[in-house]
Design a protein around this ligand. Structure first.
Ligand SMILES: O=C(O)CCC(=O)C(=O)O
Ligand SMILES: [Fe+2]
Length: 279
């Protein structure tokens, strides 16, 4: 049993920050902040597994409960082994920046202040060249025919860094309906959660739906899976190095007819030049 939590919280050190949302010390596994309190109350969670064939969420235990789980599109083997190797090799020639919760990142997109709702071009020079054929391939999918991403974010997860991403909803002021992610280097699980449960199904406590993401697959979240259910990658589900690229499109406000259509058009032009270097 731990007495005192000894590891100082320090920038640039090998101890992670409470501020960045990590709530458990990676060295001694001591819980920090509000999680100390929460850990003392057992939390009931109803676990389901998403079936991409039927688009149902099926209860993991013996009980045969299922409910429709719309808003997840999954395409296995979206990229080949050779493409994966080339993509990772190219990413690794660029700098990876330390991010939150043991992740590293590379961003190709405008500089955004979500709190102040401000967008700047910053040093945005477009999506990377290798993404051009991938975006064309996405557009072959009927559900992505008009998908025009203006941002690509590469994230690098590793079990040794305890990488994870806490449950969250992506912004929907700037970013549009579809969130597209290519999953590389290892299989993982995207955990979808609804804290208030589904009382209409007799599930009064949190409900979680596990969506398996095979290596080299593409997943697209939209509708309820985008706006109602939070998504997360649990630390335990990072089983080896995992790199993903998430592509985001503009919301209606930044598209033709919207209040910021001009800015949107400029962002789209830069983005789809595919001349990008990370910002
Ligand atoms: O790692 C992932 O697949 C999800 C990343 C994510 O949710 C985000 O960057 O907003
Ligand atoms: Fe997200």
């Amino acid at each position: 049993m731990h007495g005192i939590h000894r590891h100082r919280v320090s920038l640039g050190g090998d101890v992670y920050l409470i501020l960045t949302g990590i709530r458990r010390c990676l060295k001694c596994d001591v819980l920090m902040g509000k999680d100390v309190l929460e850990a003392n109350e057992p939390k009931i969670v109803h676990h389901f597994l998403y079936d991409p064939e039927t688009r149902l969420a099926n209860r993991k235990d013996a009980e045969a409960t299922s409910f429709p789980f719309p808003g997840v599109f999954l395409r296995e083997s979206f990229i080949s082994e050779e493409e994966e190797e080339k993509l990772i090799c190219t990413m690794d020639q660029n700098v990876w920046n330390e991010s939150q919760s043991g992740r590293r990142k590379q961003d190709f997109g405008p500089k955004v202040n979500f709190k102040k709702r401000k967008v700047r071009f910053g040093g945005f020079s477009g999506l990377p060249a290798l993404s051009q054929r991938l975006v064309l391939r996405m557009q072959q999918e009927p559900s992505l025919a008009d998908f025009q991403p203006v941002e690509q974010c590469n994230l690098d997860y590793h079990p040794q860094r305890g990488s994870a991403i806490d449950p969250h909803l992506d912004d929907s002021w700037l970013w549009g309906e579809r969130l597209v992610t290519i999953n590389m280097l290892s299989d993982t699980t995207l955990t979808m959660s609804l804290e208030q449960g589904l009382p209409e199904l007799g599930l009064a406590e949190e409900v979680q739906v596990a969506v398996c993401l095979p290596r080299r697959s593409l997943v697209m979240l939209h509708g309820e899976a985008r706006h109602r259910w939070k998504h997360a990658i649990r630390r335990d589900d990072v089983r080896g190095r995992r790199v993903c690229s998430t592509y985001r499109e503009l919301s209606a406000e930044f598209l033709p007819g919207g209040q910021q259509a001009e800015l949107g058009a400029q962002l789209m032009n830069i983005s789809l030049s595919f001349a990008g270097t990370p910002i």
